[in-house]
Design a protein around this ligand. Sequence first.
Ligand code: HEM
Length: 469
Amino acid sequence: MAQRSENVAMLGSGQPVEPATKPIPELSGGWPLIGHLPEFQRDPVAMLSRCWRDHGELVRFRLGPRECVLFTGPEAHDCYFRAPEEQLDARAVYQFTVPIFGRGVAYDVAPEIFAEQLEFLFPALREAAMRRFARIMFEETTLFADGMAAEGEIDLPVAMNELTVRIASRCLIGQEVRDQVDEGFAEAYHDLQEGINALGFFFPGLPVPAHRRRDRARTKVAEILERIISDRRRSGAAPDDFMQTLMHARYKDGRALSDEEITGILLTVLFAGQHTSAVLSSWMGLELVSAPSSLERVRDEMRDVYGETGAMSRASLKRQVALEHTVRECERLHPPLILLIRKVLKPLTYNGHVVPAGTLAMVSPAASHLLPDVFADPERFSPERFAPPASEDKQHHYALIGFGGSKHRCMGKNFAIQQLKAIWTVLLDRFDFHLDNALPAPNYGSWVTGPKPPSTLGYRRRSEASLFG
Ligand code: HEM
């Protein structure tokens, strides 16, 4: 194992702190010019797992012209996540989001401004809000389930996308946006989602048809949000939601946010939280249906928790521990963001190796979650690994990193976990599901890794009375 993170030194002002440096091992099999790009495109997680198997915590390789270094394992993650922004920079890497989120927010502004923008929202995710969200998650999923036939097939990624857009728009933006989901918002938002593609990652400003569609969709979504903001200003309506929180917020210098900034921050949060949730929810359905004993445990727990009250709340969802372990196991095996990337601005030293400036520094939740000395029998779906006494996620800091870590850690983690629990509690209460084929492979063609289509479950309404009356 590596030295502890206290021994990790930084190179400030060109001064090496450690006397001798060791070369970073290079992954075998790279091609001239393109490096490991073909292997990465074929199966990124297999390639990133090979890095660890062949060389351990720090490995370098090239993706096209870009020099990359992968950090694997809890100690290496600790170094990565705790490095200051001036050294490992997220902004340079996430520039492709600027045409989507907009100017003046997120990765278009200095990290301290982005941090301030996110801080505005923390109060809107506190306990009282989470209690209200539990009700909304239950209501929206119930409405969704009411719309399903008595039996049939459900295309999970499509269905979960639809459901999480409704939940996220209502919880994270405002009721008025939820009301317009079916009248243009969902369609424009979908086109905007399509704007996140490989081309956009490398050349976000290239005037190709996909980007023109993206820009038109951005204009339409912004119009919808800005109209709601100005309606609220005119009518004095002040519902308790993210939009209103941002309308009241002030930067440290006393300045109020412009409508464009409010729209941009709302889009940032929606993008960060919705598709990732939809994808993990799809994996959760697929895994649960493929693991009868885990499913039985979840159902028994539902009867224990809801048998008497039949009412869903934040408190009841917290009591669903087996279901929570299922969410965490799906996060482990199917983290929607398989790769987190930063640009190295100042050389970074880890365990005697120096990662030079200009490199892309990476952590892969997907590959790191398969380390056999962190997770026993890592390929096996086993939610019980998170229950005491094993509590495998608690044995190392930064073992489970599907929601990132340290200063860029996901601000919506609790929201996402609660949402997934609410969705599957309602659906499992109403329906029996079955998967006729093998578990689908991951679709690495998208920024957020979901199951490859077709990812369909068969379903039939349960004859048992619903726990929710
Ligand atoms: C299953 C669902 C989700 C997953 C897997 C997920 C995962 C992540 C990960 C891995 C990061 C760190 C990215 C990095 O270090 O480069 C992140 C950041 C972030 N997440 Fe989530 N997320 C989810 C849901 C949400 C939700 C529901 C929200 C909003 C309520 C949200 C808001 C954010 C924001 C704003 C950031 C950026 C934080 C920063 O850079 O300071 N996420 N998320």
